[in-house]
Design a protein around this ligand. Structure first.
Ligand SMILES: Cc1cc2nc3c(=O)[nH]c(=O)nc-3n(C[C@H](O)[C@H](O)[C@H](O)COP(=O)(O)O)c2cc1C
Length: 352
């Protein structure tokens, strides 16, 4: 995740229990792009012992091919192409999720990359741009170009991060493709992971935001699949995680105020599990200094240090109101959501 899964964050996750493999933030590919040094560090210096896939985002075929070759000189488990980013400034350039509007372009991009990448070539995508009409044709292209793994975020680009993920599309991909499929989108907890794996037959799960809220999630999922008792952190554990994150992600020259603001990006997610009224989030967002921030954390998390820290967010407590809050009128919805035909699914309220 952009600005999140950097080297310091990977090291924090390593402490609590690694996923089976990591995907980097995306490398931006454009006419004069060079591999971003800080992302390269997460490939070369992570020390987790787990494979790391390098993700890139772009639309120019020669430049994507060039970047893939450059990346292959580093110890990557594979090269991943982002076809899902919903940020308008990205998709308007036909990069990320924008590519989903043009299957013929995807055909050319994947063809060229498949010819030049000798190792694993993987794709991260969504189920469509604003409808799911291109989903089945794009799955055919994934198969045609021998993609080694598909990470499927089961929302459209226009849905952003709002509303439910539509796992029936993951099942459709599993049933159609020869390669393994990872289910992504709202894998909130080990319970949800088990349910989605059973429902879809996916080969694995990709977890994004919920690992920021709950860094124990990979360990918990592994325990659930093994039928072992699942580790339950306490509020005191969550408080210690905040400390670890604060110190691990602070660089020497970063002013306190700037770092406190960076911490708020992580705490927006963690705060979803602290209290059902969102009081922690309210107070935390107003902190200006390190002392303010830690005082708020102590006040909200250390009243009942031994109480279990919830493994799912409280209903209605929103991490990023602009991204996960209710859709603005007339925008952010999704239509045409049936996995096979593209007609609409009863009961799905667009953009909720
Ligand atoms: C802050 C942030 C940054 C993200 N950056 C990337 C990215 O660089 N590449 C990518 O494939 N997905 C990115 N995503 C999307 C996530 O990988 C994931 O698909 C999405 O959040 C849904 O999964 P989740 O419900 O487990 O978070 C990002 C998500 C967030 C919240």
């Amino acid at each position: 995740m952009q600005d999140v899964t950097d080297l310091p964050f990977m090291r924090v996750i390593h402490h609590y229990g690694d996923p089976d493999y990591y995907f980097t933030e995306y490398f931006r590919v454009h006419p004069h792009s060079r591999l971003e040094k800080h992302i390269l560090r997460s490939i070369n210096e992570h020390g987790t012992g787990r494979p790391v896939f390098a993700q890139m985002i772009g639309e120019s075929i020669p430049e994507l091919v060039h970047t893939a070759r450059e990346l292959a000189r580093h110890p990557v488990a594979g090269i991943d192409l982002n076809m899902g980013c919903p940020a308008p400034k990205i998709y308007k350039k036909n990069c990320g999720g924008g590519l989903l509007r043009d299957p013929s372009k995807i055909d050319r991009v994947l063809g060229a990359l498949r010819e030049s990448v000798t190792g694993r070539l993987t794709v991260k995508m969504r189920i469509g741009f604003d409808t799911t009409d291109t989903f089945a044709p794009i799955l055919e292209l994934i198969d045609k170009h021998d993609i080694d793994l598909l990470n499927l975020h089961a929302r459209t680009v226009k849905q952003g991060y709002r509303g439910e993920a539509h796992y029936a599309f993951v099942k459709q991909a599993v049933d159609t493709l020869r390669c393994p499929v990872l289910a992504n989108g709202n894998i909130l907890s080990s319970r949800r992971a088990l349910r989605v794996a059973a429902e879809t037959g996916c080969s694995g799960l990709m977890v994004g935001r919920h690992a920021i809220r709950n860094p124990w999630i990979f360990r918990q999922i592994r325990q659930s699949f093994a039928g072992e008792p699942v580790f339950r952190p306490t509020f005191a554990d969550a408080r210690a995680y905040i400390d670890r994150l604060y110190h691990a992600t602070r660089t020497g020259d970063c002013p306190e105020r700037v770092h406190v603001n960076k911490m708020k990006k992580y705490l927006n997610f963690l705060g979803q599990a602290v209290d059902p009224e969102g009081r922690f989030l309210y107070d935390m967002r107003r902190a200006r200094t390190e002392k303010d921030l830690f005082d708020v954390c102590d006040r909200h998390l250390m009243q009942t240090p031994r109480a279990p820290f919830p493994d799912e967010p409280h209903n209605g407590v929103i991490a990023r109101p602009n991204c996960e809050g209710p859709a603005p009128q007339g925008g952010g919805g999704a239509s045409g959501m049936s996995p096979v035909s593209g007609s609409s699914v009863p009961g799905l309220v667009p953009g909720t």
